[in-house]
Design a protein around this ligand. Structure first.
Ligand code: MG
Length: 157
């Protein structure tokens, strides 16, 4: 068994779609970034890469590479799963926390879990997605952006 941890943060901007856990969420802001800026999937990808000893998301998917401009992070997650697989591991489970004041993620949570699970080839029950506010403190509390934390558990394939 190997465990990995991931963190990511992106800034709110106008004029972009908000995509979290592979699900488009209606909101007045989206997140700034080279890809679709799916902060939750980026944290999960980093946890998986870290657990497998494959470095980090910036090395695997450089934001200088035009191939990843506007990329769907679900595709990046799929590629990260392949990277982990080539190193002899499969994902057992993932847990995560998204830190934001708004919007409410509860209505979208099961859809996120389902999308992540289907890419990783595990069941939705093995994917945790929790949303927390930071009680008005810090950048998430000031509604400047969204942060996400994730852990991934891998086993030898
Ligand atoms: Mg990111």
């Amino acid at each position: 068994m190997r465990i990995g941890i991931g963190f990511d943060a992106h800034r709110f901007v106008e004029g972009r779609a908000l995509v979290l856990g592979g699900v488009k969420i209606p909101f007045r802001y989206g997140l700034e970034g080279w890809s679709d800026a799916d902060v939750l999937l980026h944290a999960i990808i980093d946890a998986m890469l870290g657990a497998s000893g494959a470095g980090d998301i910036g090395e695997r998917f450089p934001n200088s590479d035009p191939a990843y401009r506007g990329a769907s992070s679900l595709d990046l997650l799929r590629m990260a799963k392949e990277t982990v697989g080539k190193r002899g591991y499969r994902v057992v489970s993932v847990d995560s926390v998204v830190v934001l004041e708004e919007p409410q993620l509860r209505p979208f949570r099961d859809e996120m879990r389902g999308r992540i699970a289907s890419v990783l080839g595990i069941s939705a029950g093995d994917v945790g997605v929790k949303a927390k506010t930071s009680e008005g403190m810090g950048f998430a509390g000031r509604r400047e952006g969204v942060a996400a934390y994730a852990v991934a558990l891998l086993e030898e394939a």
